[in-house]
Design a protein around this ligand. Sequence first.
Ligand SMILES: [Zn+2]
Length: 217
Amino acid sequence: MLCEKEMSSLPSSSDSDGVRSFWKFIWYLKVPNKVKVFIWRACSRALPTKENLKKRKVVDSSVFDQCGCLQEDEIHAIWDCVQVCVEWESSCADVRNKYLTVKNMWDLVSIMKAEGKNMEVFVMSAWLIWMRRNKLRSNEATQPCSRIAQLASSMLAEFQQGKQRRVAGVQVGLVRWQPPAENSIKANFDGVVFGEEQEAGIGVVLRDCEGQVLAAL
Ligand SMILES: [Zn+2]
């Protein structure tokens, strides 16, 4: 009951002021732009999870490869799954004990913020967990979950000191998303290819001139 009461005070995704301040908070986090886009997509339920790929008929099954769970959605892959619990049990045991079930990533971000967690470290850790998940799917070598908190902190320190690595000649993290002109809509998209299924998926998000998400496909 305590958790339900506390949850009711979190910003709702149906409250326009709450939505606006939520996205504004995300965009002003001091993390690389790609991490902001990731957490925004996770909160918009627009990541290429097995559940989303199944909805788009890209794959036949929504079973999460890492644990065999019947449905892989964002909150399961990043927070709930036993495969990623090691990381969160060490850094966020208090939140896990207080909030036994968390509905989605929007609520999780809101809870972390309300609990006064270091949000840069949190979103960076969540991004590393998602990257680890993608590498496992591609049979690439990965770091153990127990190293993610340490890795997140060191990557964040490197980024915030302006020493972000250059990838393919482009300096990552210094490009800020710009909203479209008034009365216009901007579409951003990202794709993923799964060699195993020889299939590809694409995610699209539409935003207005204030950066507010109008639709995620
Ligand atoms: Zn799982």
